[in-house]
Design a protein around this ligand. Structure first.
Ligand code: SF4
Length: 305
């Protein structure tokens, strides 16, 4: 199975080549805003899911043709649920100097062994969206074995391992965690964690549940000012992709839409196809019934069937 996907224009990292470490959709959370869909395998115990040698070979092949800005451990679930993540990080570091990043929900970082496995990445991007159990439960619908206080403690402990390259994501949802009380609670805890950056996010792609509503840009700006300092809003990336145009373009588009909903611009930027070429290939895949259209607000997204 192909584990490498993209490169995709990441709103937080630039042009990112992803490695999918768990089967879809294996996660310790079942977030209402998840763009991959509802969690079907809700677990907290890591397992072995991939063949490291094959993944490294696949990665070497892709980066030799079109090196991305970053390599990201992410995909269609929670990557720290992969028991072999530490070994994979070591192997990646042997073959490339491209910065390695880890997109994690942060829910398992209270476990020392999980933190140790991840310490080889250059940038870690955990999430914290509420410091109140009721709200945290509503947003993330976590595995029943998880405890919010422990999770927050884990986020603090992780900071000790990452003196640089700790970007904390806050996903803000209208009417759920955008109240004064929620933001004040978050601000205090974020101050304690002291990440290098606080990255404000909201719903920008079709979410798992329609109850997950986005904040306006104006409201995000207000919250950014309230948090102050190193806070930024992660907006759609303007970076142009350097992806290699190949005769397997349709396959690469399919690999992208399999993992998350994408727009024509996302595909065109990531794969460096012209808009017309992209529209043509997307149309072909649509006609063949391989992908489908989905409207979210003013935008049209493509997803796999
Ligand atoms: S958004 Fe991330 S943490 Fe939440 S359910 Fe989806 S994959 Fe899991």
């Amino acid at each position: 199975m192909a584990r490498i996907f993209g490169p995709v224009p990441s709103r937080r990292l630039g042009l990112s080549l992803g490695i999918d470490l768990v089967p879809c959709k294996t996660c310790s959370y079942n977030c209402i805003y998840c763009e991959v869909g509802r969690t079907t395998n809700l677990i907290t115990e890591p397992s072995s899911f991939i063949n490291i040698a094959e993944t490294i070979k696949e990665l070497e092949d892709v980066i030799s043709k079109s090196p991305p800005d970053v390599i990201t451990l992410a995909g269609s679930g929670e990557p720290t649920l992969n028991l072999d993540i530490g070994a994979l990080i070591s192997e990646i570091k042997k073959i490339t100097k491209i910065p390695l990043t880890l997109l994690t929900n942060g829910s398992l970082l209270w476990k020392e062994e999980v933190r140790e496995r991840c310490r080889g990445v250059d940038i870690i991007l955990p999430t914290l969206s509420s410091v109140f159990k009721k709200t945290h439960d509503m947003i993330h619908r976590p595995h029943p074995g998880l405890d919010l206080d422990r999770i927050i403690q884990g986020l603090k402990e992780t900071r000790k391992l990452f003196k640089r390259g700790y970007y904390l994501e806050v996903v803000l949802l209208k009417g759920i965690n955008d109240s004064e009380e929620e933001l004040s609670g978050l601000k205090k805890v974020i101050w304690d964690i002291a990440p290098d950056r606080v990255q404000l996010n909201t719903v920008v792609r079709p979410p798992a549940e329609t109850s997950a509503l986005p904040l306006t840009q104006e409201r995000l700006e207000e919250i950014k000012a309230y948090f102050g300092g190193n806070t930024e809003i992660v907006a759609p990336s303007p970076i142009k992709g350097r992806g290699n145009i190949s005769d397997s373009g349709a396959e690469r588009i399919f690999e992208m839409v399999k993992r998350r909903p994408v727009t024509i611009d996302d595909i065109s930027n990531a794969l460096n196809f012209s808009r017309v070429e992209t529209e043509q290939m997307v149309k072909g895949l649509k006609i063949k019934g391989i992908i489908q259209e989905q409207r979210h607000g003013d935008n049209l997204f493509y997803t796999s069937k």
